[in-house]
Design a protein around this ligand. Structure first.
Ligand SMILES: Cc1ncc(COP(=O)(O)O)c(C=O)c1O
Length: 361
């Protein structure tokens, strides 16, 4: 590989790159606008002062109404789901020491570093056709203190079958293992409604980034049924980020007021794009799992690292290497971009692949 096509080794080289002729299938950032209602009358001076570390009470009250048997005091509002995950792992570390956390592979690329930064040990169960292999899960869950479930999944776009989720609830309940359920794509499911994982040891993590196209505002939350996790998370957060942006919390509160039709309209658009990109990739000869939620597809290709670098340097197309998600030999494409751009991006990928058809294993 020439100097110009030096291997790109992390998504940080791509996040935020826009315009200048690039087609980005990279970052999982919705291109659709947030609800208009969130921008009105934001002059309130209260919004510019330090706020409660746990999060604004009105937002926690609104969230408690969204979830069954939830109480406002069991939520912590965070800087996106990212901070919620970070706080949960650090709280577990403080309470239980250097324990193991079971991750599903392929995984969202931040999971292993977040687990390790907290001083915990990641262990892995391999997904089968993009979904949890319950046999393997049953074996691996023994000996871990927490499992992380992400359905719909980034990067596979697959959802877990409800019986699988029931079984996870039962095993973890029996073993006293925490289930951290990353639900950031729960509103973006194409094939059924979401199933919320239940249980005493469940910690639900969610965010306003994807459902309401509010990524940059950095609003997420954790909801733990175990009060000790909530208290630890607040104790840690007071020394790290302090309160989550109060102005953005106010905007999140308003977003919760918009009718469900807003979310339904967005999901319809994602589904149309999903169909468009899957057909396009299949026509190019790619083999892939059809996504059932979120906005990612993870087709197979040989030498995925080289493909990602060459597509970027030679064709101005951004894709992510499956290796970053624990899935070498695949590339991840986000379809959070309009159909015209998807079409152009696919055409460029088609040009790149001429004569390389045998790479499409
Ligand atoms: C599975 C998953 N969890 C968490 C996050 C982080 O989201 P947030 O913007 O809420 O920090 C992402 C972002 O892409 C994600 O895909």
């Amino acid at each position: 590989m020439s100097r110009k096509t030096k291997l790109i080794s992390s998504p940080s080289s791509f996040i935020g790159i826009d315009g200048d002729g690039y087609i980005s299938f990279g970052s999982g950032q919705p291109d659709l606008p947030p609800p208009r209602e969130i921008f009105r009358n934001l002059e309130d001076r209260r919004l510019f002062r330090y706020g409660l570390i746990q999060g604004e009470i009105k937002l926690r009250q609104a969230l408690a109404k969204e979830y069954p048997n939830a109480r406002p005091e069991d939520f912590v509002i965070t800087n996106g789901a990212s901070e919620a995950l970070d706080l949960v792992f650090r709280a577990i570390r403080q309470m239980h020491g250097r324990v193991k956390v079971l991750l599903c592979q392929p995984y969202y690329y931040s999971y292993p570093p977040l687990v390790e930064l907290a001083g915990l040990i990641p262990v892995y169960t391999r997904l089968k056709e993009g979904r949890i292999d319950i046999e393997d899960f049953r074996k691996k869950v023994r000996g871990v203190k927490a499992v992380l479930i992400n359905s719909p999944s980034n990067p596979t776009g697959r959802i877990e079958a409800i019986p699988t989720l029931h079984e996870i609830e039962a095993i973890t309940q029996k073993l006293g293992v925490y289930v951290i359920s990353d639900e950031v794509y729960k509103d973006l499911i194409y094939v059924r409604g979401n199933y919320l994982i239940k249980g005493r040891h469940v910690i639900t993590v969610n965010s306003f980034s994807k459902t309401y196209s509010m990524c940059g505002l950095r609003i997420g939350y954790l909801w733990a049924r175990d009060r000790k996790i909530v208290d630890r998370a607040i104790d840690i957060k007071v020394h790290t980020s302090m309160n989550t942006n109060t102005l953005a919390q106010e905007m999140a509160l308003r977003a919760m007021d918009v009718p469900q039709s807003f979310v339904d309209r967005q999901t319809k658009i994602w589904r149309e794009r999903r169909d468009f990109i899957c057909d396009g990739l299949a026509n190019l000869g790619f083999s892939l799992w059809k996504p059932e939620g979120a906005f990612y597809v993870l087709p197979k290709i040989k030498d995925s690292g080289r493909v990602v670098s060459e597509l970027f340097y030679k064709h101005k197309v951004i894709t992510y290497d499956g290796a970053w998600f624990g899935a070498p030999g695949r590339i991840r494409l986000s379809y959070a971009l309009d159909v015209e751009k998807i079409k152009e991006g696919l055409a460029r990928i088609g040009t790149y692949l001429k004569g390389k058809e045998n790479w499409l294993v």
